[in-house]
Design a protein around this ligand. Sequence first.
Ligand SMILES: Nc1ncnc2c1ncn2[C@@H]1O[C@H](COP(=O)(O)OP(=O)(O)OP(=O)(O)O)[C@@H](O)[C@H]1O
Ligand SMILES: [Mg+2]
Length: 464
Amino acid sequence: MGETKTVTLTRDLTLTSTGGGGEALPQVEIPKQLGAVELVREIGKGGMGVVWLGRDNLLGRDVAVKFLLHAVASEDDPDFAQFLEGARAAAALRHKGLNTVLHADVISGVPFIVMEYVDGPTLGQVLQRTGALTLAATRVVMNAACEAVGVLHDAGIVHRDIKPANILLGQDGSIVLTDFGLACPRPRLSMGSRVEAVAGTPTYMAPEMFDKNVSARSDVYALGITMYELLIGTAPFEGTLEEVREAHRSTPVPVENLEPFEPSLAEVVGRATNKNPMFRLKTGSSMLVALEEAFAKCNPMVSNKARGESELAALTQRTLGRAGLVDGGSKATPQVTYYDRLNTLVQKRKESDGGEGIDLVERVLEEAKCWRCSSPLKGEPLTGRCPGCLLLVREAMRARSGGDAATTPVPTPGATPSSEPAAARVNEPPAKPGPNTTTAPATTPAGKGLRSKLRAAWRNFLGG
Ligand SMILES: Nc1ncnc2c1ncn2[C@@H]1O[C@H](COP(=O)(O)OP(=O)(O)OP(=O)(O)O)[C@@H](O)[C@H]1O
Ligand SMILES: [Mg+2]
């Protein structure tokens, strides 16, 4: 017998109005090849179905295929028409923060949706492995999530299932909201019956959703709960479905737990999770504006976006590393990227130059120390930040000649809206020349040499 040409999916109709009854879960065989997409392996299961990694052999790219195992559908089923309507609305949207919907169909009664594959963990997996995020990482995630939800709301779409498990963290630093193509009304997946078995979802549900009233403000509520969870490490209400539903209806979210971070952040989460949708922030975009105003009041040292981005990148890698140990790796089909080629080039150069090689980044060459925290700067990229206090390396170098780190007054964090420029100003002697006089390798003969090396490297790289 040759290679198997089908995969077996297990339907779970216990959540539909017609299914259930304690019978064995029905299995359905579907072809491994769905048009141009070949199903490679299962990536994960959620409350509504299962997601497979697929390979589009025509276009040479990986995709994610989500099968909705709770719905019964055929082309003439009204549910399927609604499912398609939602998928169509989602497919019309293009935004870096939204998981692009590529195709939707039904096979052997199982609706499925083909999406862009995101090579990285969900925010839920990151939280599970590492606990609460820092303020800086929370800011980056919430910014991206609110912006993406704002785009949906502007297009008249309500997501209805915003939660960390539906936010994907790409290894390229992307933050992508997924599952919004499934946001269409699905009467068979009525809210009451669906949540009976979906343990994670009620945690983020606005009170009115338990009464089947849904609006953009319900998404805002879920964003508020998500933000609370990111900062505290656990969602505000946990327990049985009944307990959680009751808490959403009558217990205020304990936003006072967020006050030590910054009272204005606690206030925004309070406005997002008001029991009455009328008093809530209206859309993802209005939540984004309110949050940015609140973050602007935080100590800039701890809410710095660049810092948040690098922390998130590290968390993503750590989560992937651990996932790899558990399930043998969940990597997609390897693809050679631009950066891989660049790395190979640098590696080859290093070998042929007897280990010295060229570096494509300009670095601090001298034994310099950061004026503010005294961390050594030698070897740091000139465009980077001090490893000790995150001051821009150029700033850390510039002020060095104007003051000694040990005697220079350290500016009080939070004393100004942005401590970094302020720090540079505090320490900068008025008559001091600009950055080029102390660093600026680009203007030195060594810098010129580097540039010509770079040009030659580029010519090689491009095959010229
Ligand atoms: N576009 C995607 N690219 C890569 N992996 C994905 C993609 N979408 C989902 N996944 C993976 O599939 C797993 C299962 O996703 P699924 O949406 O079924 O679960 P869930 O989000 O926990 O539940 P729900 O059905 O309520 O959304 C996720 O945990 C994630 O690891
Ligand atoms: Mg999901």
